[in-house]
Design a protein around this ligand. Sequence first.
Ligand SMILES: N[C@@H](CCC(=O)N[C@@H](CS)C(=O)NCC(=O)O)C(=O)O
Length: 313
Amino acid sequence: MGQLIDGVWNTAWYEPDEKGAFKRPKTQFRSRVTKDGSSGFAPEAGRYHLYVSYACPWAHRVLITRAERGLEDVIGVTVVDPKMGDDGWPFSANDPDPLGGRFLRDVYVRANPKYTGRVTVPVFWDNKTSTIVNNESRELMRILDTEFAHLAKTPGTLAPKELVPRIDEVLDAIYEPINNGVYRAGFATKQEAYESACNELFTALDHWDGVLGKQRYLAGSVFTEADVAMFTTLLRFDVVYYAHFKCNKRRIQDYPNLGGYLRDVYQRPAVKKTCHLDQIKLHYYWSQIAVNPHRIVPVGPSLDYLELPHGRG
Ligand SMILES: N[C@@H](CCC(=O)N[C@@H](CS)C(=O)NCC(=O)O)C(=O)O
């Protein structure tokens, strides 16, 4: 864990605010690939490279989008090692950085030698201009789905035009209490901050469980980006967040609708091949020593529940 300050690596855990609450820093690379190339970044096969961790729910959103749209031959991927220690994300020997970096921070410094900020996945790298185009998962989902559509092997979209306003509303609504909420609960350093994050989280989960009692997916009857964003949090919930982040009022598999919904999305072939639960568990329990100082990785839970019929057709 650490961050770059003027391009120099510093080891530091996230600094909570005075109330013990976790504040997620804003991501800084926010350019976009546009179909017409007007942004300076045109969609081209082989031009861009994605850096992800299989453990990270934000990076997982982008991996799922790439798989759902059949963009594997168009956008290459490097998966970092799940054990994030004092040097941040390291590259692993069996999936090295094509540009020769040892750590993900080398990619950030390559893009901006004076970069100040956290070194996070996902990273969308442009080989042509040698820079990071974007490192914000929500924007990358949309960029891959719409701006690369003509290069995608799988027809369709995760953001149908008529549903975009609803998808954006859902993405906004689930971000703070759920996607970021599990982190706010887990990284809180004071009881009150933890309890308020945890209560908000379960209030939101109860709400969406109700919605999913009436419709198959979050934005209606079709699978969209909103489901991708919800899924990557739900997948990690019973396996990690329930115990490690103390989000333990209820498990997802105990919810009448969220449980089946999780299995429904997990069992989509394009989604399933992006799920690496061993790496998810190893990353959180090994890397977050402020939460789990002895780095002991629990043996359970059993994952059989993910394979049960989802009953949501
Ligand atoms: N807002 C970013 C968040 C990305 C993020 O926080 N990734 C985490 C992994 S789950 C990370 O790389 N953290 C390293 C650090 O903060 O030092 C997004 O959605 O893309």
